[in-house]
Write a protein that binds this ligand. Structure first.
Ligand code: CA
Length: 616
């Protein structure tokens, strides 16, 4: 009875309290939560969220910082505070006080941190790198305590191919030695920001909090630690960022600053997914708009980046993560779906803040002109200006698989690769494209190539030696197979879970094929690191003849020759055809087996094989 009474009194107290609570204010979000002194851009816009917070006036006193303007939107639960930070502002902490009629109602201690030495001029990923793409939920479980957490909806279910499997940042930290020894120099993780969706949350593409790492992967501090340890091994971290949409469970969706933060006023209208809409000269305006303003799917509300406050919010959170987590790059999801005027502003600002940084957009289209459109330095038909240095090379991926899998004829076979690369004139910088044979959205490349080890080696030889920055999806190095099902193609990496019978990290119980693939990749990746022709060189290639594609990479005196024979039969190649590039050089050494090849006579190239020669 006593307990019942106390509950009753408690309830009475709660009911009786509204007069008092209307005068108490609580900041639920203040973002960015901290910032850095001495950034190139002197402006900073703070978004403050809390019940009726707009009825308060913010004030602060700190040398070098001024409040320029305070914005109040239709939702009284937000304040946007424009700050000016002079170049002389020193790192430190200060109070932002929020007052009403001269009385302090609440406050926030804001930190202005000191930037790392060289932060502004950090080097981004480049052709000298190879990027290892990891789906963090599916790679290695380094901490079983975070497999399910009380505060997040979806719990561990390793038996469900679309469920959470428990992989995390600690698992990756624990495997950095493996990644380093394999020869990868960059890690791109599928999104690791909080994804508190009911289902399919493991893939990470429905952000529910832009400033926090998903607890099931770890913490912000652990993400930074991963980056620092990786950096000490010469490995950079590339963050996968989604600016097009948020998850339907994002906290913003429960209290939008204004209804126009989400396209179609927060109502689900699906995008057409017709990429051509952007470039098509004949398309009606409604159809054109539908592509970018429609939602990707119902659980991914589409952000309206033409809203200035949202635009600032997205720009600042991007910079915040570069600075906080010491990033080497971004990969931006669904790039053409994003408001393109915003992308110009966003990419310009990132490039201005970090002139040597690299970031890459995903435009999943097999037409080179529709990928080139977005890259910095390209000259698109409508004069669109972009500052994004890199794009993913989908056309080349398609041509590679199609070329290797089709019959050698005048208009099919390996000539597909040659023909697509001949479109490179459209790119601002083709050497800065991300090249890949497979990724996290496609059937595993080994399966796409009918589980044929010869074709696999040809594909990997090509990806690791052609122009551009190679990206390898985790598991490709052990020739993992899959169906087209998304849960299947993101299978757990063997050895990442306690009790796994097969352990690819330590080479335990791998099949003959898996071992062959892994050794092949390790050798090629580590050789690649030492080759300046591959890391910095230009590409010269020859039109395909008799089903054989031959190309060179050149950098100063360093020359690499690659030959791909897509016939089933052996072909004898006359190096005389390549005199213009070879000049006086008469000898090449195979990078995989150190065999010496005489370039003054014909070279035997087995059917379905690749030969990579270093020429001195
Ligand atoms: Ca875990």
């Amino acid at each position: 009875m006593k307990n019942l009474f106390s509950i009753w009194f408690f309830l009475l107290a709660v009911i009786a309290s509204p007069v008092k609570s209307s005068e108490s204010y609580h900041i639920e979000h203040l973002e960015p939560p901290f910032w850095w002194a001495n950034m190139t851009e002197s402006g900073l816009q703070l978004m403050v969220h809390g019940k009726n917070i707009s009825s308060l006036d913010p004030e602060l006193i700190y040398p070098g910082i001024k409040i320029i303007q305070v914005h109040r939107l239709s939702n009284p639960n937000y304040l946007f505070i424009d700050l000016f930070l002079s170049k002389e502002t020193m790192p430190g902490k200060f109070e932002i006080i929020f007052t009403k009629k001269g009385q302090i109602k609440t406050k926030y201690i804001y930190s202005l941190l000191k930037r790392d030495r060289g932060s502004a001029f950090r080097k981004g990923f480049s052709q000298e790198d190879v990027i290892y793409l990891i789906t963090p939920d599916r790679y290695a479980n380094g901490d079983r305590n975070n497999d399910s957490v009380p505060s997040l909806k979806e719990k561990l279910n390793q038996n469900n191919k679309d469920g959470r499997h428990g992989g995390d940042l600690q698992g990756i930290i624990d495997r950095l030695d493996y990644i380093e020894k394999m020869g990868f120099t960059q890690i791109w993780l599928n999104p690791v920001l909080e994804n508190d969706q009911h289902t399919f949350s493991y893939h990470g593409y429905s952000t529910t909090d832009y400033y926090n790492i998903d607890e099931r992967f770890g913490t912000n501090e652990l993400y930074k630690e991963l980056s620092e340890i990786a950096n000490s091994k010469g490995i950079g971290i590339i963050m996968d960022l989604i600016l097009n949409h948020i998850g339907s469970e994002h906290w913003l969706m429960y209290d939008l600053p204004s209804s126009d933060w989400i396209n179609h006023n927060g109502e689900f209208v699906q995008t057409s997914h017709i990429h051509e809409s952007i470039y098509d000269p004949y398309i009606p305006q409604f159809e054109k708009d539908l592509f970018t303003s429609g939602w990707f799917v119902e659980t991914m509300p589409d952000l309206n980046q033409s809203n200035q406050f949202l635009a600032n919010y997205l720009i600042q959170l991007s910079i915040w993560w570069v600075e906080y987590a010491k990033l080497a790059g971004f990969r931006i999801d669904t790039y053409p779906y994003i408001n393109k005027d915003f992308l110009t502003i966003w990419s310009k600002r990132i490039a201005r803040e970090y002139p040597n940084f690299n970031f890459c957009g995903e435009a999943w289209n097999n037409n080179p002109s529709m990928v080139a459109y977005w890259q910095k330095g390209s000259k698109p038909y409508d004069g669109y200006i972009s500052y994004i240095p890199s794009m993913k090379d989908f056309p080349l991926q398609k041509a590679l698989v199609q070329g290797l899998m089709s019959e050698e004829k005048w208009d099919s076979g390996i000539g597909d690769i040659y023909r697509v690369l001949a479109n490179d004139y459209q790119y601002g910088d083709p050497y800065n494209l991300l090249v890949f044979a497979g990724n996290h959205d496609m059937q595993r490349i080994y399966s796409q190539l009918s589980e044929n080890m010869d074709l696999y080696k040809m594909a990997m030889s090509f990806i690791l030696t052609t122009r551009g920055i190679p990206q390898i999806y985790y598991g490709t190095e052990i020739a993992m197979t899959s169906t087209r099902d998304h849960g299947e193609l993101r299978k757990d990496f063997p050895g990442g879970w306690a009790g796994d019978k097969i352990d690819a990290f330590n080479g335990i119980k791998l099949s003959g094929e898996q071992r062959e693939a892994q050794n092949f990749m390790r050798e090629l990746l580590n050789w690649r690191k030492s080759s300046s022709a591959i890391g910095k060189g230009s590409l010269v290639h020859y039109p395909v003849k008799n089903g054989v594609y031959v190309y060179f990479r050149l950098y100063g005196n360093n020359l690499v020759m690659v030959m791909l024979n897509n016939n089933k039969r052996l072909i004898r190649i006359d190096p005389g055809r390549f005199n213009e590039v070879l000049g006086e050089k008469n000898q090449g050494i195979s990078v995989l087996d150190n065999r010496v090849y005489d370039l003054t006579s014909k070279i035997n190239l087995s059917g379905k094989s690749a030969l990579i020669l270093e020429i001195d």
